[in-house]
Ligand binder design. Structure first.
Ligand code: C5P
Length: 237
């Protein structure tokens, strides 16, 4: 496999073509951003930590029957992935109230949500990722109804697997965001799963162990990501 030119640079990752038209290289950079890119910083080791974190989680999900784009680690900051036709809708499951849910509904942070809630957001920075629903997604042609059904059931399946995984390691999976794409007629999990795209709290103390440390200026961002990883059994460089 040969890495070729950069195809796209996102806020924290870049995508490169390879000599195989069906495979891309994802490069996890140290860039960290929040509030639609308004707050930006370079955090040393973040690319490596998120690349390894994501590899570990994607392998767990694949083993549990969730199809993912992840093919394997190439280096400490690079992974090989399948090329997907991305669906521009973000799927969010919440087990505990936090973040935009609290702002939108004026509810307190930390309430258990039973059953967990499921929300869709349109991927659009200029519009600040507005909340949407299945009906809008179908009418605008972002995804077909059966694809949205599969995305929902896979997002809940991920919750079953990861809630248990974090729980066993003394942590609470508060919420997370997933992105899916199409590959050979199947709905496949894309993007990444790392502490940048989910909320994780210590089960006992409720200490925040995710990107809220960066958003809220709590400090020790990457040290805490590494602690989450180490508790799960991930080895970092
Ligand atoms: O901001 P909000 O509370 O809606 O986020 C819900 C979850 O989705 C959080 O874990 C957050 O980190 C993640 N998220 C994300 N990327 C976005 C929006 C939300 O990773 N663009």
């Amino acid at each position: 496999m040969e890495k070729r030119e950069e195809l796209y640079a996102g806020k924290a990752k870049s995508v490169y073509r390879t000599d195989n038209p069906e495979r891309f290289v994802l490069v996890f950079r140290d860039d960290t951003s929040a509030f639609d890119g308004e707050k930006k910083e370079q955090l040393n080791r973040k690319g490596m930590v998120n690349n390894k974190f994501n590899a570990f989680i994607m392998e767990k999900l694949e083993a549990a029957g969730v199809p993912t784009h992840f093919e394997g680690l190439l280096s400490s900051t690079e992974s090989l992935v399948k090329k997907l036709d991305m669906i521009p809708v973000e799927c969010v499951v919440r087990n505990v109230s936090a973040g935009s849910l609290c702002r939108r509904l004026g509810v307190a942070e930390g309430q258990e949500l039973n059953p967990p809630t499921y929300e869709l957001f349109l991927k659009n920075d200029a519009l600040h990722d507005p909340m949407v629903n299945e009906s809008l997604a179908v009418s605008f042609g972002w995804a077909a109804a059966d694809e949205l059904e599969q995305m929902k059931s896979l997002t809940y399946r991920v919750n079953d697997v990861l809630k248990a995984l974090f729980d066993e390691a003394g942590m609470l999976l508060v919420d997370y965001k997933l992105e899916f794409g199409r590959c050979e007629g199947k709905i496949v999990l894309g993007d990444e799963f790392s502490p940048d795209g989910c909320r994780i709290w210590d089960k006992e103390t409720r200490r925040k162990m995710d990107k809220d440390r960066f958003r809220q200026g709590l400090g020790e961002v990457i040290e805490t990501y590494e602690e989450v990883g180490r508790r799960l059994g991930i080895q970092f460089d």
